[in-house]
Ligand binder design. Structure first.
Ligand code: C2E
Ligand code: MG
Ligand code: MG
Length: 695
């Protein structure tokens, strides 16, 4: 038997620091803040930190940001006990590499000689790698290989270092070709910058990202949209890369596109719908691109629909859509905005000559005979054109084209047209007028004239409409037609609205004092509806005259309700109207029947009445179509429990016809024109005194 004799060394002969420096693990002492007070030689061997440089620094500085919370918690809890629970954290070496370390602490705060927390830190990177490469690895590799979604590992430069089978199945490339290549080699040119940005942001420390890339296919078939999730594990000592998983979103994209198309197109004709039209027009105006707007209204469409049925009507509309698409230029947009109303947008058009020629082409294309299943059909089209100027808004351009379209229609019928807003003033002239108006408003030149509204059945006065008038020092009394467009463009709506309300209140309060109560109808503009303080300010003015919101009928045009206000600090017309209604005001839809999606608006707002546009009243005695429109409006209103007010009543014949139709109220020159406050008060007193039943 072999006996080995060893000479035991007396413990007191070994210096404790020599012993500690001989340990393979890093041993360090930190204070309660985590600042390094002492460290053994292993720190230099394992982490390359020079002891002298490291002393005094916080150990937390070299812990991986993702592991910091755990490390802090651990320092916190050890203070209450003798030994901490081992934790595993990533720690940076002096060269920027990461190591998985197991750290266990011993609380020596009470020990006078140490007065700190002793940490024993062991590098377990190798052990972790072995764990990963354990028995399950082959099975796990198979799982990844056959997973339905793409799994890849990229290095920091975006080069693919490994890839699973899904990549080949989806795109056709063999893994032997793929590995070692940059991922960018497989994405479309358009997607390259997206990928590069993503990698750059991960390189800058980003944790994870989702991007969508159009991927090339080996067979050069269509590009495949793939959504990739990128997880940054570059600082993980074992993975040391970007883990990418990706799945095919072709189907998702198809559904998304279909939904987008449905939301922006008319189902019957496939043309753009109103919402796309507004967006596109808004875009052209925002980027200062000149654009022509052509408003198209079919003549005699209704008889086709009524006589031959809806199928024929639908076929006709589809044919109209095709003809419109054929005559506009590539890049123009054609939209269907109502039953038989269309709008063509032509960006970058040269001027009135080009725009008129487009309008002529449209008119002539649409008036050719249509060969429908029911036989040949002929209809016509009324066309109105507007061209943008630097002051145009979406609403003003559409309204201009609409007005001109009506003029065209009325001309054809041999009628005198309703006043057309002349917007083609020069820019300097507009600026001068806007300045004058600002000054005029401050001097009280803008006042309300009042026009009585009577009950058609009894002839009794029910209210007055306030209509703005500008007492221009040189030009005399101006009606809104000659300055309202300036008001909108110059943003004077709010000031003008306040002046009109104030001036009308003087007369209404005067009548109140005489024991006469009438409702005041007030027109509100787009700009006023965008003012978040409108309701409060109006209440304040009314209160000064002893009046209330419930004394008001707010008249709005459909154009005003269509306006969108995206800017900060602006209210949406819908919200303002609802606020006014909640405060007691009644709401009335003005100029009803002149285009736009009328029924939608009738349903959208808590309305009490509709005002039939004077165009139809003017034409109703001579044109059956106009009479039919008024009839339909009266029917619609009564079905919905709304009152109908006819404006522009000029003859006894119109008055009688409206009364027979069941229209409720009327307003017009037959009874009285808009009158200055005191004149209106006198007229009303006389009217009541005379107990006149009909005019
Ligand atoms: P509206 O609200 O539809 O007003 C009716 C218009 O018809 C008024 O034109 C009125 O003078 C006119 N009118 C009344 N009776 C007859 C008639 O028998 N025959 C004819 N041919 N016309 C008649 P006005 O005063 O020129 O106002 C035009 C439009 O300007 C108004 O149309 C309204 O939309 C707008 N407006 C007027 N005052 C204001 C205002 O204070 N604020 C805002 N935002 N808009 C206003
Ligand atoms: Mg009105
Ligand atoms: Mg009106």
């Amino acid at each position: 038997m072999l006996t080995v004799h060893t000479n035991p060394i007396a413990p007191s002969l070994i210096e404790p620091t020599v012993l500690l420096d001989g340990l393979p693990d890093v041993v360090l002492v930190v204070d309660t803040e985590g600042c390094l007070r002492w460290v053994n030689a292993a720190a230099e061997r394992q982490l390359r930190w020079r002891r002298a440089e490291w002393l005094g620094r916080s150990v937390l500085d070299i812990v991986h940001p993702d592991d910091l919370a755990g490390a802090l918690a651990s320092i916190g809890t050890i203070q209450g006990k003798d030994f901490g629970t081992p934790i595993e954290v990533r720690v940076a070496d002096a060269e920027g590499g990461w190591h998985w370390m197991e750290v266990v602490g011993s609380n020596q705060l009470a020990n006078d000689q140490i007065a700190g927390i002793v940490l024993v830190v062991r590098d377990i990177t190798q052990r972790r790698m072995w764990e990963v490469a354990g028995a399950d690895v082959a099975r796990f590799q198979q799982v990844i290989q056959h997973a339905p979604s793409i799994t890849m590992l990229l290095d920091g430069e975006g080069v693919i270092t490994s890839v699973n089978g899904a990549f080949t199945r989806l795109l056709g490339f063999d893994p032997s070709v793929v590995v070692g290549q940059s991922l960018e080699a497989f994405v479309s040119d358009a997607s390259s910058p997206v990928l590069r940005d993503a990698l750059r942001s991960l390189g800058d420390g980003g944790r994870s990202l989702t991007i969508e890339l159009a991927m090339k296919r080996l067979d050069h078939d269509q590009l495949r949209p793939v959504r990739f999730e990128l997880a940054n594990l570059l600082s993980d000592p074992i993975v040391a890369g970007v883990v990418v998983s990706g799945y095919d979103v072709t189907e998702l994209q198809r559904v998304r596109e279909e939904l987008e198309h449905m939301a922006s197109h008319d189902a019957l004709t496939g043309l753009a719908n109103r919402s796309l039209l507004l967006t596109r027009l808004d875009y052209y105006l925002t980027v200062n691109r000149s654009v022509a707007v052509v408003f198209i209204d079919l003549d005699r469409f209704k008889p086709v629909n009524d006589l031959f049925g809806h199928e024929a009507g639908d076929a006709l509309l589809r044919e109209v859509a095709e003809r419109l698409e054929a005559v506009v230029r590539p890049g123009d947009l054609v939209a269907r905005v109502g039953g038989d109303e269309f709008v063509a947008l032509s960006p970058g058009i040269g001027g009135w000559v080009a725009a008129s020629s487009l309008a002529d082409r449209i008119e002539s294309a649409l008036s050719q005979t249509y060969d429908l299943d029911v036989g040949p059909v002929k209809i016509g089209a009324s066309v109105g054109v507007a061209i943008s100027d630097p002051f145009s808004t979406v609403a003003s351009l559409l309204a201009d084209a609409d007005v001109r379209m009506y003029n065209a229609k009325s001309d054809r019928r041999g009628m005198t047209t309703r006043t057309m807003v002349e917007r083609r003033r020069s820019a300097t002239e507009r600026r001068r007028l806007a300045d004058e108006l600002t000054f005029g408003l401050s001097r009280g030149e803008v006042v309300a004239h009042l026009q009585p509204i009577l009950d058609l059945a009894t002839g009794h006065l029910v209210g007055v409409e306030a209509l703005a008038r500008w007492n221009h020092p040189q030009l005399g009394l101006l009606a809104p037609g000659s300055f309202m467009d300036l008001v909108e463009d110059a943003g004077l709506d709010v000031v003008l609205g306040a002046a009109v309300l104030e001036s009308a209140c003087v007369a209404i309060a005067d009548l109140r004092a005489k024991g006469i109560t009438v409702q005041l109808a007030l027109n509100l503009s787009i700009g006023q509806l965008a003012d978040p303080l409108l309701c409060d300010n109006m209440c304040a003015v009314l209160a000064r005259f002893g009046l209330e919101m419930s004394d008001l009928v707010i008249e709005i045009t459909e154009r005003a309700t269509l306006a969108r206000h995206g800017s900060v600090g602006m209210s949406s017309p819908d919200d303002t109207l609802r606020e006014l209604h909640a405060a007691g005001a009644l709401l009335s839809l003005d100029d009803f029947g002149t285009g736009y999606s009328s029924l939608t608006h009738v349903r959208r707002f808590p309305l009490s009445s509709l005002k039939v546009d004077q165009l139809f009243v003017a034409g109703m005695c001579d044109h059956p179509e106009d009479r039919a429109v008024v009839d339909v409006i009266v029917g619609l209103a009564s079905a919905l429990g709304l009152l109908v007010v006819a404006e522009g009543v000029e003859t006894r014949e119109q008055w009688e016809m409206l009364r027979h139709m069941g229209c409720n109220h009327a307003q017009g020159f037959l009874m009285a024109p808009p009158m200055a406050g005191p004149t209106a008060v006198r007229w009303i007193e006389d009217h009541i005194a005379a107990r006149r039943l009909i005019p």
